[in-house]
Design a protein. Structure first.
Length: 128
């Protein structure tokens, strides 16, 4: 007792005082715990709703992109067909031009009969 500070017996806590304080602290902690749990549940519910909304928006955007890609595929296919037709036409023209050039070169080789036929088939009216 010599080590105790100089206070009266009224300032010393009893076992009963400590038990009451413990009960009060537990009750306060339980109230705070319940409040924190309620707030977390509310926040989680809000976030869950926002996430669901974002999922719907993203799903719509992905669907739109898929439609755009499908449209682009159709356009590319059409362009391929057009390009194939143009290339085929150019090949035909080139073949005719090459045949005509071959006939013209026959003239320089001294083939007069071939030259006469070549001029007519190429649409040439007079000799160059």
């Amino acid at each position: 007792m010599a080590h105790l500070p100089p206070v009266g017996w009224a300032d010393v806590a009893t076992k009963h005082d400590l038990a009451a304080l413990g009960r009060q602290l537990r009750a306060d902690m339980e109230a705070v715990d319940a409040s924190v749990r309620e707030e977390l549940a509310r926040q989680i519910g809000g976030l869950t709703g926002e996430i669901s909304g974002l999922r719907g928006e993203i799903g719509g955007e992905i669907g739109g992109l898929r439609g755009d890609i499908s449209g682009l595929r159709g356009e590319i296919s059409a362009l391929r067909g057009e390009l194939g037709g143009e290339i085929g036409g150019l090949r035909g023209e080139m073949g005719g031009e090459m045949a005509c050039a071959a006939r013209w070169s026959a003239r320089s080789a001294g083939c007069a009969a071939t030259w006469a036929i070549s001029r007519q088939s190429c649409g040439v009216r007079s000799a160059p």
